[in-house]
Ligand binder design. Structure first.
Ligand code: PMM
Length: 296
């Protein structure tokens, strides 16, 4: 592990944190704020600016360490918004949350959006493409020096599920993340800035997501902080399908399963979980930290 990457106290495992963000002695909780008409579980709920700001403040008041503001849905099959529309959705919300003292990350694949959100006070960039979607992203992040989440990604949402084919998903995701980390460092991003994410639900069938969760140690072993976004995703809906009809459990009823995943992620040394509902997941990571404090 790089010398500039510090240990997370209390986690009982070699976890790490990204420079410049809160450092509670537990796995962090990132609250999701999708300012989009079409995200899979909350599309349209926070599209109106004041409603989005109110929800972001609510997430922070509930204890979210970071609020992740995004203006592009990455739901399988989604079309991309024009850059001007993404900026129109995201910037006013970032500005108001920052003014209220909230630690904001911007969920975007576009360097232009990241740059303006950082100018507006965002403290982290969450790029689900890890620099693959926009060749300007890595150099921007290197120049600004903020923490950066790079996720495993195999193409834009309109076609990503066609790419959900692997021999060994964990080996292939880890190899891809290693290559993206090298690209980030080559572009001048410092190791302590870089967070990696296995990208649950992005070009993944349910079995792929479960394999990545069951073998998270292989992702953590890359030596960077790890972020996991399992919240309400469809692989949880399939697992909990109605035994009679076979219908998947609806997204709003996947919270207990999400919290279970957060507990296990925290126990596995994950740095941050990205979730829609803060309270049950904050409880979950606090339980995991207290448990780990006794482990020998
Ligand atoms: N998932 C979504 C959006 N952004 N960012 C990261 N780093 N990791 C994720 O798993 C992730 C993400 C899609 O979920 P949403 O529609 O609930 O935001």
């Amino acid at each position: 592990m790089n010398a500039s990457v510090a240990s997370l106290p209390g986690a009982g495992r070699p976890a790490a944190y990204a420079a410049g963000l809160p450092t509670p002695p537990r796995c962090l909780v990132m609250g999701v704020l999708n300012v989009t008409p079409d995200s899979f579980s909350d599309g349209g709920r926070w599209l109106d600016g004041p409603a989005a700001v109110a929800h972001g403040l609510e997430l922070a008041a509930q204890g979210a360490d970071i609020v992740d503001v995004g203006g592009e849905s990455t739901r399988p099959g989604a079309d991309r918004p024009p850059v001007a529309e993404e900026l129109r959705r995201v910037l006013p919300v970032v500005r108001e949350l920052v003014a209220a003292g909230v630690v904001v990350s911007v969920d975007t694949m576009r360097a232009a959006v990241a740059e303006q959100a950082l100018d507006a006070g965002a403290r982290m960039v969450n790029d689900v493409s890890a620099g693959c979607a926009d060749p300007g992203m890595l150099s921007l992040v290197a120049a600004v020096g903020v923490p950066y989440v790079g996720m495993h990604w195999r193409g834009h949402s309109d076609r990503m599920q066609d790419a959900a084919v692997y021999d060994d998903v964990v080996v292939e995701v880890v190899a891809h993340l290693r290559r993206r980390a090298e690209a980030a460092l080559d572009a001048g991003i410092r190791p302590a800035q870089l967070v990696l994410d296995p990208g649950l639900g992005f070009a993944k069938e349910p079995a792929h997501n479960w394999a990545l969760l069951g073998r998270l140690a292989e992702v953590v072993a890359l030596g960077h902080p790890v972020l996991v976004g399992a919240s309400r995703k469809s692989f949880l809906g399939s697992l909990l399908a109605d035994p009679v009809t076979g219908d998947p459990r609806p997204p709003a009823e996947r919270e207990a399963a999400t919290a279970a995943v957060s507990t296990l992620c925290a126990a596995a040394g994950v740095w941050c979980v990205r979730v829609h509902e803060v309270p049950p997941n904050l409880d979950a990571v606090r339980v995991a930290a207290r448990w780990a404090a006794e482990a020998r």
